[in-house]
Design a binder for this molecule. Sequence first.
Ligand SMILES: [Zn+2]
Ligand SMILES: [Zn+2]
Length: 132
Amino acid sequence: MIRGSCLCGGVRYQITGALSQARNCHCSMCRKAQGAAFRSRASVRAAEFEWVQGEDLVTFYESSPGNHRGFCRVCGSPILSKFDADISYYGLPLGALDDDPGVRPQLHVHVAGKAPWFTITDDLPQFPDGPK
Ligand SMILES: [Zn+2]
Ligand SMILES: [Zn+2]
């Protein structure tokens, strides 16, 4: 079981399966949404994601067509992203997790849009846009 929650504690969720596709995204949308140099995120199967409380607090913003970023409307914490193109999984920002997700980011994507004030100092593969 992997648990997560927002800053104010109003939103809580749990994940019963394994995460996948862990990566750091440096695109400008992720940087703004996180208020950080990049967004560390993974994929979670929708069927393995359960709200514990506060689902009604989650507001979605369509940052690009079909990409809905959900955040707590009280404290602003990013909670999950939904995709019209595939509703079977969600994008999950790792920063809201309370437990070790069991995965580690394996690559950097959208480094062409990277913040000029941040230097990547690890040896993980870097992709100018998305991989593939
Ligand atoms: Zn909150
Ligand atoms: Zn991004």
